[in-house]
Design a protein around this ligand. Structure first.
Ligand code: FES
Length: 78
């Protein structure tokens, strides 16, 4: 599916770029040109990032997939 119409960038291309190590929105923007014209695809690009397990915010920190919160006693023991 085309995510960025202006630059003809698909979700597969974004996922491939993430698999190659691009882990921030800024990198994807720089390398693929997404969200550089009209900017309407930004949320969709961030959605693809999130689905790929990459933090979709500007921090570039990877999000844990599904980590259950620690209980009070687990935090105390740590
Ligand atoms: S749709 Fe991506 S910049 Fe316009």
């Amino acid at each position: 599916m085309i995510v960025c119409v202006c630059k003809s960038v698909s979700d597969r291309k974004i996922r491939a770029a993430i698999a190659e190590g691009m882990n921030s929105f800024d990198e994807l923007q720089f390398e693929l040109g997404v969200a550089m014209c009209c900017g309407k695809c930004e949320e969709s690009v961030r959605d693809v990032m999130e689905q790929s397990g990459v933090c979709a915010s500007r921090c570039g920190v990877e999000q844990p997939v599904s980590v259950a919160p620690l209980t009070f006693y687990e935090r105390k023991a740590a």
